[in-house]
Design a binder for this molecule. Structure first.
Ligand code: FMN
Length: 176
């Protein structure tokens, strides 16, 4: 697939067919994503593939809004960052997560970013569990010194998302 097509095809996809996601496809995309740049080459980001469907679907409860799409996903990749390795760990993780999404699209898969960061599990309850702690409890294999930045939801799309609407105007691109 041409790079241009990969970029255009990537849309946040929240409904999947249920067709199993091949681990080899995940591995290939993850290996490509590891080539992402990082501040001072600190390589502070780690990726953890989750293919156990019970766990993937339980990730859908990491927040009570915007995460339930994971309940039908075929796989997930947890994007982890080492905050001691770089003060730019969040930026590094975001760059890798984006490249990962594009690499998964090239494998014919559909994705959606589900954010974790500093969110809480319950939007209207400031005393609720942190989403990050929920994920770490669910997946105890996550190394204790890694932060959870986001989860990439993965599956085969059960519809063809429309292409992004046309670029809306000149104000976001400036040429001097
Ligand atoms: C940093 C970031 C966080 C996001 N968090 C979520 C999320 O928690 N849940 C969700 O359904 N979509 C999430 N998205 C997807 C955005 O809603 C989506 O990218 C945006 O609406 C544009 O649509 P598109 O990705 O199809 O172009 C996130 C995207 C980014 C880049």
């Amino acid at each position: 697939m041409e790079f241009k097509e990969v970029v255009k095809r990537r849309r946040s996809t929240r409904r999947y067919t249920g067709k199993p996601v091949e681990v080899e496809k995940l591995r290939e995309a993850m290996e490509l994503a590891l080539l992402a740049p990082s501040s001072k080459n600190t390589r502070s980001t780690r990726l953890m593939a989750v293919t156990n469907l019970e766990k993937v679907h339980a990730l859908g409860r990491l927040r009570d809004w915007g995460a339930s799409l994971l309940e039908e996903a075929g796989a997930a990749i947890v994007v982890l960052g080492d905050e001691n390795a770089s003060p730019m760990w969040q930026t590094n993780a975001s760059i890798m997560a984006t490249i990962l999404q594009l690499a998964l699209v090239e494998q014919g898969l559909a994705t959606c970013w589900v954010h974790v960061g500093d969110y809480l599990t319950l939007k209207d309850n400031p005393d609720s569990q942190r989403s990050e702690d929920y994920v770490k409890e669910l997946i105890p294999e996550i190394p204790a010194d890694y932060r959870v930045w986001c989860v990439i939801s993965i599956g085969y799309a059960d519809y063809t998302p429309k292409p992004l609407p046309d670029y809306e105007g000149p104000d976001r691109l400036l040429f001097l």
